[in-house]
Design a protein around this ligand. Structure first.
Ligand SMILES: Nc1ncnc2c1ncn2[C@@H]1O[C@H](COP(=O)(O)OP(=O)(O)OP(=O)(O)O)[C@@H](O)[C@H]1O
Ligand SMILES: *[C@@H]1O[C@H](CO)[C@@H](O)[C@H](O)[C@H]1NC(C)=O
Ligand SMILES: *[C@@H]1O[C@H](CO)[C@@H](O)[C@H](O)[C@H]1NC(C)=O
Ligand SMILES: *[C@@H]1O[C@H](CO)[C@@H](O)[C@H](O)[C@H]1NC(C)=O
Ligand SMILES: *[C@@H]1O[C@H](CO)[C@@H](O)[C@H](O)[C@H]1NC(C)=O
Length: 501
């Protein structure tokens, strides 16, 4: 059942992609000019008045979407001079504006050209349409209202994720229903992908998915390739909250720490303070355990203008906040605070407090309270997270463990164990036994003492992302095997109830 639907999905992906790619490859052979996407000829051909009214409305919407992107291209430099509401930049005037400003902005117009008209020139962000020739679609990684994401192996074998317009998505569906023009709608929806490309270019950070390139169809294309855009991304795994809830605290903490690092970056990004308007776990993926933002089409660098505090309220289902209105007439820190509270309500409440290490609970509680009440800014929040990381890595939070605790054990170095009688614990890094991370043998001894079944533990040479050691706890073992990276600790007395010697 599962396998069948997966096979069907893969097949569908392959078909979609094959068609798409052939269209894209042919479309990039012609260069686009800066003209309207709807010629008079097409309008005249559809001599239905209603249709042309609809078309006009759609063109209007397309222009609105375009205007959203242009300030993102300009904001880069000269941030202080920016006028948030000045979206009236006509793209046809753009090159002259570009030549007046820094060379940096010329690059921006190259990008604009590329994403709107398609280009065979060397791509600013690396891969282009050529990279997609002879690729293989593996399966669908995810889909949403707007976009479809497909797992792909490029011709050289490199795995990537390809983001496309979701033809079956709600965005396309609604648009086609309203405007009855599939190619026009595809173009409209593809502006969300184009906005995402610009944002991914501007917001490069370890916790933002890496943009590897893109392939854009020709805007003037006649054969339906108009507005075709494929974004080439680093491949991730969709964030599984349920799975994460069952993982060790260390892994859940990592997601929260990564989020704090991301929000710190967004609060003073090259575009200004960026708010994620649609803040949900499904906008994130993980790459080798690291959290990465992948859905940026709802990111906004706009500030909220205000006359007084009454204009600066942040509303959430169970909580409202009022922020100050600055002398400049903008709500101070609104984007940053919105992000922090969303991080609190979608991530921290679920992931952070549960099973936090005993010596760290007061620090975790403090983060929970200061983010849940919006008492701390992102700098303070990130500092609190990094402080916890430091303590946890080095074991400093275990200050009051008696050093003598390790004297209950005999240590055998350079050996591992075999023929194990294992027991399970939760949450364990291994399904079969009880494997937990520790900062030292002392911490492992403390854990072993607290498990009634535990009679020995092995410190393996393996570490977690924090650098903590993986320790495997056992009730007994039958023999030792040489292992240069391991140490076996055996309780001096095997009677579980015995008091320390
Ligand atoms: N680089 C990637 N690697 C793996 N999976 C990804 C990647 N990018 C996105 N996904 C998955 O694809 C899904 C859809 O992508 P995205 O969120 O960009 O589309 P969307 O239409 O904007 O979705 P939504 O309706 O949630 O806003 C994501 O929820 C995520 O699970
Ligand atoms: C397109 O048609 C409109 C009226 O239908 C006309 O005013 C305009 O001049 C035409 N444009 C071109 C380029 O022919
Ligand atoms: C938040 O403010 C809105 C609008 O003023 C109001 O309707 C709502 O009840 C408030 N919610 C809470 C939880 O205070
Ligand atoms: C923060 O702490 C205060 C005082 O203890 C408490 O009243 C409040 O409910 C806490 N808020 C959150 C979001 O945990
Ligand atoms: C936050 O930290 C950054 C540097 O990381 C600094 O430039 C900025 O001024 C700080 N903001 C506040 C409000 O302290």
């Amino acid at each position: 059942m599962m396998a069948n639907s997966l096979r069907a999905a893969a097949l569908l992906a392959f078909v979609v992609l094959s068609i798409l790619v052939s269209l894209l490859i042919s479309s990039v052979q012609q260069f686009g000019a800066r003209t309207s996407h709807f010629s008079n000829a097409t309008v005249a051909a559809a001599d239905d008045e209603e249709l042309s009214l609809l078309r006009g409305a759609l063109i209007h919407q397309i222009n609105e979407r375009r205007k959203e992107i242009i300030p993102l291209l300009l904001l880069h430099e000269k941030k202080s001079n920016k006028n948030i509401n000045n979206n009236n930049e006509d793209e046809d005037n753009a090159p002259s504006v570009g030549t007046l400003l820094s060379p940096q902005l010329d690059v921006d117009y190259n990008l604009w050209d590329e994403i709107t008209h398609g280009s065979r020139e060397a791509h600013l962000d690396g891969m282009g349409c050529d990279s997609l020739v002879d690729m293989q679609a593996v399966e669908i990684l995810g889909s949403g209202y707007t976009k479809l994401v497909v797992k792909v192996n490029l011709a050289g074998g490199q795995p990537v994720a390809l983001k496309l317009v979701n033809e079956q998505g709600i965005d396309m569906g609604k648009c086609v229903e309203d405007f009855k023009d599939a190619p026009g709608c595809r173009e409209l929806v593809s502006y969300k992908l184009q906005k995402e490309i610009v944002l991914l270019q501007r917001l490069r950070h370890p916790n933002v998915i890496k943009l590897k390139g893109h392939c854009a169809g020709n805007a003037r294309g006649q054969g339906g390739e108009r507005g075709r855009v494929a974004v080439i991304l680093e491949q991730g795994n969709p964030l599984q909250m349920i799975q994460l809830l069952q993982s060790p605290w260390e892994d859940r903490f990592r997601v929260c720490l990564d989020l704090a690092r991301l929000l710190h970056f967004l609060s003073q990004s090259p575009l200004g303070s960026v708010a994620l308007l649609d803040f949900q776990p499904r906008q994130f993926v993980t790459v080798a355990g690291e959290l990465k933002l992948t859905d940026l089409d709802d990111a906004s660098a706009e500030e909220t203008a205000c006359r007084g505090v009454a204009d600066c309220t942040l509303q959430f289902p169970h909580r409202n906040f009022t922020l100050p209105c600055s002398a400049r007439g903008v709500c101070e820190g609104l984007n940053e605070k919105r992000n922090i509270y969303n991080a609190y309500r979608y991530f921290f409440t679920y992931l952070l407090p549960h099973q936090a290490p005993p010596g760290l609970t007061h620090l975790v509680d403090h983060i929970m309270n200061s983010t849940g009440e919006l008492k701390a800014d992102i700098n303070q929040t990130l500092e609190a997270f990094e402080h916890i990381l430091l303590l946890y890595k080095s074991g400093l939070h275990l200050d009051n463990l008696p050093p003598s605790i390790i004297r209950d054990y005999n240590v055998i170095r350079g050996m591992g164990t075999s023929g194990n009688a294992e027991y399970r614990c939760w949450p364990s890094y291994s399904q079969q036994g009880c494997v937990l991370s520790v900062s030292s043998a002392r911490e492992a001894a403390y854990i072993c003492n607290s498990h009634s079944q535990c009679n020995s533990f092995t410190l393996t040479g393996h570490t977690t992302w924090t650098g903590r050691l993986l320790a495997s706890f056992r009730s007994s073992f039958s023999h030792l095997v040489p292992d240069g990276t391991s140490e076996v600790y055996v309780k001096k007395t095997n009677a579980p109830e015995a008091s320390p010697v």
